[in-house]
Design a binder for this molecule. Structure first.
Ligand code: NAP
Length: 493
């Protein structure tokens, strides 16, 4: 089986890519999806309270803008419905191959084609492969001694056990990131007790109400108002949030707002002190939330800050020797975000293994292409996560650029194109300089970083800057791979 393009993954990146291919009149493509249905993280995360902490009018594609005069922050089900509707409107179901987990992608130099193998035995070839597998979907469950002996039920937030009813249970939530903040209020509504195990306090900025008030609704009914609102959100994210990521005074207003939120929500000074971070705001992904602090103040909720030493049959043991008896452990412990494309084995020119090349931290030109891997593109690749705005927006910019690369390749009639090593070197230099000026260069661990400390996830500037850099024509950064290259050259050491 051969397709001109194979897209891997059907979250926002894969659906956006498929829609762009259809708009360009392309029919010969497949979208491979390892799960039984499309949707990415919005399909996977079914924990109670799951919703989007970016306003949906911004967290949507420009070619299918979210429209509502009522809802500002939809729940996960509504976001999943949005994605399904985009896919249906673009005619993507006919291109989707579900239950097809790609395991291997190998570039065959003589044919300038990708050979693809999936776990279900399907083999295919493609001229172009676009990896849109995301990075926040492989659960990070810490290995704690005694885990296997736990007598209750335990699961990760992204693998919520629908049969496990927290009503009347004693629940442990390990972790205090966005997933924990979103599920705690719902859990504490029905659980007998919830103990929240905090290793590091989070910076939390208040999130506006999920529904618009009457005045905003009236305004949003005016012609063009929702488009203007979306534009304003994008400008706001670039102007107000992106500067937080730089070190120094630009982060002060946000830190002040977060401290004010904490003061308003938590009356108890001792609890407030335990919830106050001692690292710069933005060093970890900021939590946007309005209900977490208040939930922590409920009578049936307790914050535990003593480090976890092990799991025991009856619950969680902490370094102070206390055994916290629980029936259910919820691992809100995040994702193995630095392991881009894992567990797919990707081989490029000369048998080059992508994961060997990325051993000390993933890198890709503009987050979307790697020298030595011709005709392969990434959506949401290294250093292209926007911590201060809309990631569907970043993905859309990547998709536009990939489409320009495909048009350029067709225009010059090249079997394959590859990133020029010089363009990659210049980009890496720019990236190193830009990252050195950010708050992430401080010694704070987070999912933004590889285990060796390399900063591999976030984009260090505004979305506007990203768009500006992608305006350069593909010919400035890519080169056709000639048959002479194919036979004699091994691009990377
Ligand atoms: P996360 O931000 O990585 O948080 C993981 C939490 O688990 C942290 O508090 C971490 O503590 C803790 N942890 C990890 N290992 C631990 C251990 N061995 N012992 C104790 N605590 C441990 O993960 P997340 O909350 O799932 O969020 C990940 C990302 O997904 C977010 O940053 C966001 O980008 C995205 N997300 C988005 C939304 C949305 O609404 N758009 C919702 C949920 C998630 P430390 O801080 O000490 O490492």
């Amino acid at each position: 089986m051969h397709s001109t393009v194979v897209v891997v993954g059907s979250g926002f990146g894969g659906i956006g890519m498929g829609a762009a291919l259809r708009r360009a009149g392309m029919e010969d493509f497949l979208i491979l999806e390892e799960s039984p249905e499309l949707g990415g993280v919005w399909r996977d995360n079914t924990y109670p309270g799951c919703n989007c902490d970016v306003p949906a009018h911004l967290y949507s594609f420009s070619f299918a803008p979210y429209r509502s005069t009522r809802t500002r922050y939809p729940g996960r089900r509504r976001t999943l419905e949005y994605l399904r509707a985009v896919a249906a409107d673009a005619g993507l179901p006919a291109h989707l191959r579900t239950d097809t987990a790609l395991t291997e992608a190998t570039y065959r130099e003589t044919e300038a084609r990708w050979e693809l193998k999936a776990a279900n035995g399907i083999r295919m070839t493609a001229d172009i492969v676009v990896f849109a597998v995301g990075q926040l979907h492989r659960p990070n469950i810490p290995e704690l001694p005694g885990q296997a002996d736990f007598a209750g039920v335990s699961f990760h937030t992204a693998q919520w056990n629908p049969a496990a009813d927290p009503a009347g249970c004693r629940v442990a939530v390990i972790g205090t990131g966005s997933s924990a903040a979103q599920c705690l209020p719902s859990l504490s509504d029905s659980a007998a007790s919830v103990r929240v195990f905090q290793r590091t306090p989070q910076w939390i900025l208040p999130k506006p109400a999920a529904e618009f008030g009457p005045a905003a609704r009236t305004v949003l009914r005016l012609p063009g108002a929702q488009r203007a609102y979306r534009w304003g959100l994008r400008q706001g994210a670039d102007t107000l949030l992106a500067p937080i990521m730089r070190r120094g005074w630009t982060a002060r207003p946000a830190e002040w707002a977060a401290r004010r939120h904490l003061r308003r929500e938590v009356a108890d000074p001792v609890l407030r002190a335990r919830l106050t971070p001692d690292y710069p705001i933005g060093a970890k992904r900021i939590v946007f939330d309005a209900h977490y602090y208040r939930a922590l103040g409920r009578d049936n909720v307790e914050l535990i800050t003593a480090p976890i030493t092990r799991i025991v049959p009856e619950g969680v043991e902490t370094a102070d020797g206390i055994r916290h008896a629980v029936d259910m452990i919820v691992y809100a412990t995040g994702f193995r975000a630095a392991e881009f494309l894992s567990p797919i084995t990707v081989r490029g020119r000369g048998g080059l293994l992508l994961h060997e090349q990325w051993d000390s931290g993933a890198k890709a030109f503009m987050g979307l292409a790697v020298p030595g891997f011709p005709n392969a593109f990434l959506i949401a690749g290294p250093n292209s996560f926007n911590p201060a705005g809309s990631n569907p927006g970043m993905k859309e910019q990547q998709i536009d650029y990939i489409m320009r690369c495909l048009r350029w390749r067709a225009h010059i009639d090249a079997p394959a194109i590859d990133v020029r090593p010089g363009a990659m070197a210049a980009y890496e230099q720019w990236m190193d300089d830009a990252l050195a000026r950010t708050v992430w260069s401080s010694n704070v661990p987070s999912w933004y970083k590889h285990r060796n400390g390399a900063i591999t996830s976030p984009w260090p500037a505004s979305a506007r800057t990203y768009g500006r850099m992608l305006r350069r024509p593909p010919a400035a950064s890519f080169a056709p791979v000639t048959s002479a290259d194919v036979s004699s050259e091994r691009i990377m050491p």
